[in-house]
Design a protein around this ligand. Structure first.
Ligand code: ZN
Length: 183
């Protein structure tokens, strides 16, 4: 079942997520519903807070044809999608950064250029409760950073430039108003 998405202005998006202690049927059911929600909205990543939950968990599914670098080659050919990352932690990154357009299902129709590390290392627990590590590049690295931000209550609006924030100020205000009205 697809769940309603919490949009900007909903206080749950500012909460810090809580570590998952046991990967049980509840967590598996949550992940399943999050996938249904993300696919219904054509997203490539979704954090639990975006469906109103505070478990430290996000999902990512980058389509193969989007997992391509400037040279036309796959960035993460050995990573099997989709990913369910429970209690994720970014453990390292290279010095390179990449500025690229970023959207967020909690900010409908808003896109902003955001600077992210080009490559990150992360550890997490998978849906079977098994600890995993991942080395990610490009869009996948961007998604991992974006979704990890969500779990710390950090949002797209905090990562965009001041100029951009001012430029879309009216749009953001309207979004907050609509969100609060619906709460
Ligand atoms: Zn987001």
């Amino acid at each position: 079942m697809s769940l309603p998405i919490c949009t900007y202005g909903n206080p749950v998006l500012r909460q810090k997520a809580v570590d998952v202690m046991v990967v049980d049927d509840d967590i598996r059911a949550l992940a399943k519903e999050m996938f249904e929600t993300m696919y219904a909205e054509n997203g490539v990543g979704l954090a639990a807070e975006q469906v109103g939950r505070t478990e430290r968990l996000f999902i990512v599914d980058i389509p193969a044809d989007s997992d391509v670098g400037d040279d036309g080659r796959r960035e993460n050919p050995s990573v099997e999608m989709p990913l369910v990352c429970i209690n994720p932690k970014i453990t390292g990154h290279t010095a390179d950064v990449q500025v690229g357009p970023e959207g967020c299902l909690s900010f409908p129709e808003i896109f902003a250029n955001v600077e992210r590390w080009y490559e990150v290392d992360a550890e997490y627990i998978d849906l079977d409760g098994i600890p995993r590590t991942i080395h990610a590049k490009g869009l996948l690295a961007r998604a991992i950073q974006h979704e990890s931000d969500h779990l710390d209550g950090v949002l797209l609006v905090d990562r965009m430039s001041h100029v951009k924030k001012v430029a879309i100020g009216g749009k953001l205000k309207r979004l907050v108003k609509e969100t609060k009205k619906a709460l």
